[in-house]
Design a protein around this ligand. Structure first.
Ligand code: HPA
Length: 276
């Protein structure tokens, strides 16, 4: 079965449960999943019920699609994503993003927990993703190109849509939520970085680091979606942080700032409604 046939099969499973056609696809990162509980769900589909769908094994990630509205905007939320470090093939890691594209989503809104590299960042800051570095991660589009989705050599000169990013910035200003802006670097994980690696990434222009997002953004751009994203700086990166890194710190910070994060994401998406 080709990757596209597998996608079509997954789409058929979703369509058995709901015919909802989303405008925006939202992926929620570690500790940020509660946003999906706020939406009045029109439908939900458990990943388990989608044949061939990769199911996350990480604590803090729930496995389902939630369909509903933020204002007038039709949203599909991925409550829990899958990561490459869990052992899935990159094709499987990209499958949910591509599936949401096939459901009809035109915009992908990415969120993640990330380590702060930029020295001016603080724990709990939000960073609008301006660009990414994916060069230390296997290119997710290696392999037979899925012609039905996009071109062999997709342009990546503006992965993160300027207009959508401006909507997030304007929404943050209106809500009086401070935001940073910067470059996100994706590594495979699951180890956190060494101080030497963080120093290298900083010299190369990275402001935050994590284990997701860039590959999903690349797949979404390949498939013609408009993309935006926010990192929640859950910890200072290795060597900058005075303490050892832990998933507990990541989780605790994400939980602490979640009310602000949820408001920013929800109201940004509502504000995008005008332009979609
Ligand atoms: N490094 C990598 N991934 C992360 C970090 C980090 O410091 N914090 C949250 N996700």
């Amino acid at each position: 079965m080709t990757a596209y046939e597998k996608l079509q099969k997954c789409l058929a499973c979703v369509r058995e449960k709901t015919d909802f056609v989303p405008d925006v696809a939202l992926i929620l990162g570690s500790g940020l999943g509660a946003l999906a509980d706020e939406i009045e769900a029109v439908a939900t589909v458990d990943y388990h019920d989608i044949e061939g769908f990769p199911v996350s094994t990480v604590a803090g990630h729930r496995g389902r699609f939630v369909f509903g509205y933020f204002g007038k905007v039709k949203v599909v939320i991925m409550q829990g994503r899958v990561h490459y470090y869990e052992g899935y093939s990159i094709q499987d890691v990209l499958l949910p993003t591509r599936l949401m594209r096939l459901m009809g989503a035109k915009v992908l809104f990415l969120t993640n927990a990330a380590g702060g590299i930029n020295k001016s960042f603080h724990v709990g800051d939000f960073m609008i993703i301006r660009d990414h570095i994916m060069s230390f991660f296997p290119n997710p589009l290696i392999g037979a190109n899925i012609e039905e989705l996009g071109p062999r050599f997709p342009d990546m000169s503006e992965v993160y849509d300027r207009e959508l990013s401006k909507t997030i910035r304007d929404t943050a200003a209106r809500l009086d939520i401070p935001v940073q802006e910067g470059v996100y670097c994706q590594l495979t994980g699951p180890t956190y970085e060494t101080p030497a690696e963080i120093k290298m990434l900083g010299l190369m222009g990275a402001d935050s680091v994590g284990m997701s997002t860039a590959c999903e953004a690349a797949a979404a751009r390949h498939a013609g979606m408009r993309v935006c994203g926010i990192s929640c700086i859950t910890n200072l990166a290795a060597g900058i942080s005075p303490v050892a890194l832990s998933h507990q710190e990541v989780f605790d910070t994400a939980n602490r700032v979640a009310p602000f994060f949820r408001r920013l994401v929800r109201e940004s998406i509502e504000a995008m409604g005008e332009a979609l």
